[in-house]
Design a binder for this molecule. Sequence first.
Ligand SMILES: Nc1ncnc2c1ncn2[C@@H]1O[C@H](COP(=O)(O)OP(=O)(O)OP(=O)(O)O)[C@@H](O)[C@H]1O
Ligand SMILES: [Mg+2]
Length: 496
Amino acid sequence: MSGDYILEMENITKEFPGVKALDNVQFRVKRGTVHALMGENGAGKSTLMKILIGIYSPDRGVIRFDGEVLKLSNVKHALNKGISMIHQELSPVPYMTVAENIFLGREPSYRFTGWVKARELEEKTRKLLERLEIDIDPNTKMADLSIANTQMVEIAKAISYDSKLIIMDEPTSAITEREVNHLFKIIRSLKKEGVSIIYITHKMDELSQITDEITVLRDGKYVGTKPSDHVTKEQLIEMMVGRELNQVFHKITAEINDVALSVKNVSKKGKFENVSFEVRFGEIVGVAGLMGSGRTEVMESVFGITPPDSGEIFIKGEKKIIRSPRDAIACGMGLLTEDRKLTGLFLPLSVQDNMITVSIDDYRKGGFLDHRRIKSDCQKLTEHLSIKTPGLNQTIKYLSGGNQQKTLIARWLLHNPEILILDEPTRGIDVGAKSEIYHLIFEMAKKGKAIVVISSELPEILGLSDRIIVMHEGRKTGELKRGEATQEKIMELATG
Ligand SMILES: Nc1ncnc2c1ncn2[C@@H]1O[C@H](COP(=O)(O)OP(=O)(O)OP(=O)(O)O)[C@@H](O)[C@H]1O
Ligand SMILES: [Mg+2]
């Protein structure tokens, strides 16, 4: 019966130049339920949701929402109808405050002059954040927020519209366990109020906690819909990848050699204090900690993005002054950043250009670039990581989130630095590609590279690392060897 459904999308088709993103897809969401939308990177999840919010119009198909046929002309239209969305790629306006960002375009204002009622705006925001128990000052500039807090603001913004249906496109990829639980609490209370939620994630463990039903897409096609408690993880993976997948990943231990990178007592005011650690060639060191623990900040300091106030950095026993990423790269380091949009991707450039940016000098031959070798190396990595793109010349902006992330990983594999720091390497990456990436990390260690992996996913840290460093509020609170580390021990150190 149609009345049970808040949303019915039928026969949705959408083609982009060179890509059939959606092919005759159906998607139905029952009222007051949390419905997961799953599928590999590039399966079409975000595209389907962008159609639902009015960013794209479908080539074909019908959308029925809350009893009426929707023909959306833009996002504002969808918001008015009661649909809002938390986007996969965050795009806050950096110089605005939290309050301005949340109520952008609908600020309380004076009737004749149109001036914004600043006090009321602040108050409204404060109330909203309080109701959601999000501890952020409405007057903070967006640029000063961590990515996790930016994500929390984005969540608050979507909820502030009091929508009937909220789309959440990978809302937990940038936050740690504590905020994930917070978000789940918010989702449960929204559900109680009768709000329906579409929830996109690559984290299988989240499904049983909050979702009622799961729909799977594969290669732009509808595969099926199942109740969450009637489907196993294995069945779901099979629906997503079209075959059984050997999910267990086996640690490959490499020979651990001399110290590659040694960081001694680095401090940065307000960020971290007296942090020391070392990484050896052949070793994978995991870095765990909650949001705000300073993990990312320490690594960005070591890499010269925000140099430390004090402390020393040694590479192969030699003291180095690293004032910029360029210095770090010259010392043989590489860093896959956590914030791919701000410090990683060059959105207007092609997949190939994004891949070779750091290695370009390796391809110079007598003043010329060896285009043929560039192309063949990039092609190989594209296949190896199964990056879904119509070609190497595709503008990276048009790739799905997970495929953008894979391209950044390819960048560092291509450059092949001696010391590689990976900050949340598998964020937004689907189950199948994850094990590929773990395998590549093991291979690099086996070739003698020194590797640091920051991750919020404890199973990932435990599975990859030879040694684990835990941070809490800007300090290193412990170090655990592989074998002695457990989720509980890490959490204990991470919560101080
Ligand atoms: N504006 C666009 N122009 C060209 N191609 C696009 C555009 N948007 C999406 N695509 C392509 O459509 C396909 C589906 O992309 P989509 O972003 O919907 O995937 P997804 O399921 O959300 O993947 P992920 O898990 O990586 O986020 C991909 O091949 C992508 O490259
Ligand atoms: Mg997506």
